[in-house]
Design a protein around this ligand. Structure first.
Ligand code: SF4
Length: 211
């Protein structure tokens, strides 16, 4: 799942717990994010406003990168260098917009996810490189424009490559406590501060000695 990019960039173990082991725990922040998405979207709605078509909840895929996902919103603008869209005259260029709760983050996790969406759209629509896209943040209620630079694209590709490799191996990285564990939604499942357990052979040996 493309949305896994933000988990992977936060913590590779968190990503593996969610996307390989299907572990999840709701908290105030996760539920708040879901409500915001629900309020912002109508999956069946396609709006046409002057020279702009707005689609909601568009399913996306990249066969080259073995990834699937969903764009919260894709706006299509009239553009002579764009592509055909069934049912609409003229040529159109896509502009993905992702909705997030809270504020813009210091790290690039949201921007990486957005860039991944653009790469999928380019492959699906056979269009030119999408130069920029936007993230709408719920707290300032504003859009942040994101330039889809070559550096950001390279980071997305290398991250997806590593995610696919872990996924195919069914590999969950070992726990390693860090400061960000305090804000992790899976800390009650991951138990980052639990002392590392003995191996099975050590456990059996110690049990035999005790007896
Ligand atoms: S608790 Fe820490 S190590 Fe465990 S998944 Fe969360 S961030 Fe990663």
């Amino acid at each position: 799942m493309l949305s896994g990019i933000q988990h992977f960039s936060f913590c590779k173990r968190q990503w593996a717990l969610i996307h390989i082991e299907n572990q999840w725990e709701e908290n105030l922040l996760t539920v708040d994010g879901q409500i915001m998405h629900k309020n912002a979207h109508n999956p069946l709605k396609i709006e046409k406003r002057k020279d702009r078509i707005i689609t909601h909840e568009m399913n996306i895929i990249s066969h080259n990168l073995s990834v699937v996902g969903k764009c919260d919103v894709v706006e299509f603008y009239k553009d002579n260098n764009g592509v055909n869209i069934a049912g609409h005259r003229g040529l159109w260029s896509p502009y993905p917009v992702e909705y997030k709760r809270g504020k813009s983050k210091v790290n690039d996790c949201d921007r990486l996810q957005l860039c991944g969406q653009a790469i999928c759209l380019e492959e699906m629509l056979l269009c030119d490189k999408i130069k920029e896209a936007a993230i709408y943040y719920g707290e300032p209620r504003r859009r942040e424009v994101v330039k889809l630079t070559d550096e950001l694209r390279e980071e997305v590709l290398s991250m997806l490559c590593e995610m696919n490799e872990y996924y195919n191996r069914g590999y969950t990285p070992r726990v390693k406590w860090r400061k960000s564990c305090q804000s992790c939604s899976l800390q009650n499942i991951c138990l980052p501060k639990m002392p590392s357990a003995n191996s099975v052979s050590e456990y059996i040996r110690e049990s035999l000695v005790d007896d």
